[in-house]
Every structure is written in C-alpha cells, then in structure tokens.
Design a protein around this ligand. Structure first.
Ligand SMILES: [Zn+2]
Ligand SMILES: [Zn+2]
Length: 598
C-alpha cells in the first residue's frame, strides 16, 4: 500500500532515524528466519533498541547458541535477496482472522483502534506492524545475533515467559566491531566475575537478593576505604556519629520520605502498637543529633558524618552485583550552616575533597552535573519556587568558582532540593550517579531547626547533604572494574605472598612473613606442595602486588627475591629493605606497585 512510507527519502533521513528503521527491519528478518526454523513459532514483539534490536518468541523448545548462527545465516540470505518491505492496512475483523493462531498478536490487536491496523510483508513473511522500515532487506547493514534471554510477555511475571533473541546492529562493520570490543572489555572488567575470582563478596539467596556479604578479601578493601575517608573527614572537622538502622515510621513522615519515598522503603515492622522501618536515608537521624541541643551561630558549621547503612527496596530485576543492592553503606554527612555564604564555602570544601579523593583513587572518568528541579512537577518536588531558585543559583556559582566543568539537567533533583551529581563512567560504558551534594532549605523547616544568631534571635539553618566516596558497595564495584582487580598496594587484600622454593625453606618463609606483618602488612605464605612457577602464577591470578621468593641463598642473606605483579623482577633485597619499600608505597597510596611517588 503506497503512501504509508516514502522509500525514496530513506537515505536522506537523519542517522538516528535510519538506524531505528534498520534495526526494526532486522527484527522482521529475524522473525522470518525463526518461523522457518520452527513453524510453530508464536510471535511477540520486535522493537529496535539502543544497540540493535530484539524479538520475543514462544517456541516449542529452548534456543541454543547454534540456532543463533543458523538464524543469522538465514537472515543474510534474506538480506542478499533485497526483498521490499510492503505495508498494508486491514480492518480489525480481518486482522483477528489473519492472526487467529498467534495469541500474542491477538493480544496486541485488542489495543489497536479500527483504522489503525497495519501489517508489513517482506519475502513470504508478514508481521503486524505500525511501520518504519528500510525500503528493502538489502539496506540492513552490519549485524550479529548476540544472545538469548527470558522475557515475560508485556513485562509481567503473570504472563507467559518468552525467549528473547538480541541482535546488535550498526551502520558499519567497524562500529559493530567497536561495540563487540566494548562488550568484551566490560566482561573482562565485570566486578561480579572479578569479585568471585578474588573472593571479595558474595550474594546468598538465603540472606536475600541485594544483601551483599563482604568476604574477608572484600571486607579488607572496605575497611581501608572506610578508615581512610573517616580519618580525612575528622581532619577536616567532621564529627563522626553512629545512628541506628531502624527508626520509627513517624520520623520519616515528618521528614517527607514517607510521602515521597515510600515505594523504595522496606515494609513497616509493627509491634505493641509501634511502627518501625529500616531507614532509607540518614538525614533524619543526623537532624535528631543536631536538634538535641540549642546551637549558637558560633558553633556552625556543624558537620555530622557517618558510614551509615541505608535500606532500599530496589526491584529484584534491577539488582546487579554490588552496584545495585538493597542494603548499602553510605559515606554520608550533613553540614548545618547559618546562611548561604557558609553553604557556598562548605560546598566548595566538599568539591575540593572529592577532587582530592578521586585523584588518590586514580578515578578520571567522572563528570559533574547540576541537577535542577521542575517547577511544573509539584508532585515529585516540594513546591517552593523561591527556594529552588536560590539553591540552584548557589550551586552553579560554586561549581564555576572551583572551576569544575559541569552540565545541567532539569528534573533530576532530590524531592527537597537541587544537587550536584557526580557521574562516573562504568565498565559497561554507562554514566551512573555515585555521589551527590545537595542544598536543603526544606528539611530544616520540616523539623523546625534553629540556631541562636549573633542578634540573640532564633534563625533557621540550611543543610548540605553530601557523599564523597558514595556507598562502599558502589565505590568498590567501580574500583574493581577500574583496576580490573589490580588494587594498589594500600587496598590490596593480600599485599605480599612469600613463596618458599622447597619444603626446607618454609620456616624461613614464615620468618619473612612475620617481619612484614610486624609492619602491619598483609602477607601470606604459600607453603603448598606445588612448583614455584605454579605458585607465582597463582599469586599473579590473585593479583597480589608482591611475590617474595625464598630459597637457600635468600635464607642465608636474610633476603628475598622480589617480583612485582605484572612481571617486574627487582632481584634479591634484604627483608628490612622490602618492609621499608612496601610500607612507603602503602602509606603514599601509590596506584601501581613498584612505581613509587605518583
Ligand atoms: Zn515493522
Ligand atoms: Zn541526607
């Protein structure tokens, strides 16, 4: 039916639109091939996505990897034949008859209005479809069928489960190759795989999805980060507190979390007429600490900090390793300020601390975003235009003064105020907000907070909410992927392993280890009955920064032969010198073992 699409214009379309059409058309060709492979195929939907397309099918048997290669080959034949895509209209009654043996298509038809029912034919295959194709199959460029996944019809667990075939599609082979390379990098760096191999963390269904268990090696990394940032904050005048994980529901009604945030909270626990919840955020607890006594302007800013657990009912489909969890520990702080001038100074201090911390951690792929409210959305955001304007202008000013490049985004603020988000690029190539700084005029009003001003009168403080190293879960997930498990010495779970060449060197190996341990270095002796090269290989696999090999000569000289992770061989060194070297490298937080002073 001509007129539904204007083929001649295809090449003139913008690249984005062309890609959408190519991807959508490829989904048709995949369905064509699938029906040929299994005539009993029941067709679901096949939309274009960011990197290609997918199609959902109900099939008489589970798909296997070999099927993908067969389908791909069959698709290439269809593409080579340059079949035109031809749209046609039909009445609802005609369509119901035509699609009578396709239950999912019949289900889709229910939502279509009379006069709006169209289908598309290419080769001898027809699909119910709204349109948006290339002219003919020959215009489908570089593609590859990537994977098979399960998917519920219309995304609901109450509906039948279908098999989804994902395809990648780009305009050129080079773009497709680059995409595959990126996937491979992401897989190599995936914190879930590395976390398992290095014994960093685990998730047990018995303990709960999204409830991370830190194994000894991961707990070591977590403890080092916690100690470091806590000590640094104390140096900067933060007061560290510890507040409970459970609080009365009423507290979050007062803070507004109950109204705006209930969906993300664990259910209420009720007993003896009292209602408790697991805290979703720490602000109200820190506000209680502030509110417990009357403060003078002279005491402000008051910086209350905590490595605090938070609990959020993330949907089970959203949970991912340690980067999306339900219980997380936030490097949190609330700074109570007298006025906007003080707020600006404090936010500036926070931004400088961030820059310092990310430099030490060797993180470079992050950007600042000023997240604004939306005056038209009073359901999501507290309705107080003057407050929003003031807060947004203030954060913009500080970012400019500190000289950090940033973008702005409407409708990304917290419900009670604007914020600066720090977005980090993950191994999967996505930008994720890990850290925020927020200016809050709202909660101080909700809680009726006060301080006594220079004039002897009561005034309302302003709160700055801030994180710096995010939740320990997300930061460690990010660091695992950033370092690919090759942690700098100060964070490495095991910093050195002593490798005796033969059984008779085991005793001396323990002596060497004891010397390192007395400098609080984390060291192990590999006394297994294995060949030396095998032990070195295992230590490399475990990404241990230093391997200290000891034999007759070393025992006699009170030395060890030093190998650095990644292949460097430093030769034999006296044990006392090794201790000095490792201690220096640990204390300077050098990023790469064997390369001091960066
Ligand atoms: Zn179509
Ligand atoms: Zn807060």
């Amino acid at each position: 039916m001509p007129g539904l699409e204007s083929p001649a214009d295809f090449a003139a379309l913008p690249k984005e639109e062309r890609l959408i059409r190519m991807r959508h058309s490829a989904a048709h060709v995949l369905a064509e091939a699938m029906v040929e492979l299994m005539p009993e195929t029941e067709l679901g939907i096949g939309p274009p996505i960011d990197t290609g397309f997918y199609y959902d099918f109900r099939l008489p048997r589970p798909l296997v990897e070999d099927d993908l290669r067969w389908l791909e080959e069959r698709m290439r034949q269809s593409i080579a034949a340059k079949h035109p895509f031809i749209m046609s209209s039909l009445t609802k009654a005609e369509a119901e008859k035509r699609w009578a043996n396709q239950p999912f298509k019949l289900d889709l038809l229910k939502d279509l209005e009379e006069g709006n029912v169209t289908q598309c034919t290419h080769a001898n295959f027809t699909d119910l479809c709204r349109g948006g194709h290339v002219d003919n199959t020959g215009q489908i460029p570089a593609f590859k069928l990537m994977s098979i996944a399960g998917a519920y019809w219309r995304g609901s667990e109450k509906n039948p489960q279908l098999q989804r075939v994902y395809g990648a599609l780009f305009e050129t082979q080079a773009e497709l190759d680059a995409y595959e390379q990126q996937l491979e990098d992401a897989k190599r760096r995936d914190h879930r795989r590395i976390g398992r191999e290095m014994g960093l963390f685990a998730l047990y269904d018995e303990i709960g999805p999204g409830h991370v268990v830190w194994l000894p090696n991961g707990a070591t990394i977590r403890r080092e980060l916690d100690r470091w940032i806590t000590d640094r904050e104390i140096e900067l005048g933060y007061k560290h507190v510890h507040t409970p994980n459970v609080a009365k529901r009423e507290l979050y009604v007062r803070s507004g979390h109950w109204e705006h945030y209930q969906e993300a909270m664990y259910p209420v626990m009720e007993r003896d007429g009292e209602e408790y919840v697991l805290r979703p955020m720490n602000c109200p607890s820190h506000i209680m600490v502030y509110e417990s006594e009357l403060h003078s302007y002279r005491e402000l800013p008051i910086r209350i900090a905590e490595m605090a657990d938070m609990h959020r009912w993330e949907k089970s489909g959203q949970l991912t390793g340690m980067s999306r969890v339900r219980i997380m520990t936030l490097n949190d702080a609330h700074i109570f300020c007298t006025d906007t001038e003080m707020v600006e100074r404090e936010v500036e201090g926070v931004l400088k601390l961030m820059e310092e911390v990310y430099a030490v951690l060797g993180l470079k792929k992050y950007t600042y975003r000023l997240s604004l409210g939306d005056p038209d959305d009073t359901e999501k955001y507290v309705n107080n235009p003057a407050m929003w304007e003031q807060g947004e202008a203030l954060l913009r000013r500080v970012l400019q003064r500190v000289g950090l490049p940033f973008t702005e985004a409407k409708g990304e603020a917290a419900f009670y105020g604007p914020k600066i988000d720090v977005e980090f690029e993950t191994a999967a190539g996505k930008d994720e907000t890990l850290v925020t700084v927020q200016v809050d005029f709202h909660l101080p009003a909700q809680f009726g907070l006060e301080y006594v001003g220079e004039d002897g009168e009561r005034h309302r403080p302003i709160i700055v909410h801030r994180g710096v190293i995010s939740t320990l879960e997300r930061m460690v997930a990010l660091l695992i992927e950033e370092y690919e498990g090759n942690f700098p010495l100060w964070l490495a779970p095991v910093q050195a392993v002593v490798i005796p060449i033969a059984d008779r060197h085991v005793e001396y190996a323990h002596e060497v280890a004891a010397q390192l341990r007395s400098a609080t270095l984390r060291v192990e002796v590999d006394a297994r009955n294995e060949r030396m090269n095998g032990k070195i290989r295992d230590a490399q696999l475990q990404k241990v920064p230093y391997m200290l090999v000891v034999g007759d000569r070393e025992a006699e000289a009170k030395a060890a032969a030093v190998r650095v992770r990644g292949g460097g061989d430093l030769g034999a060194m006296p044990v006392a010198d090794i201790v000095e070297r490792l201690r220096g490298e640990r204390d300077s937080k050098a990023l790469v073992p064997g390369v001091p002073g960066q």
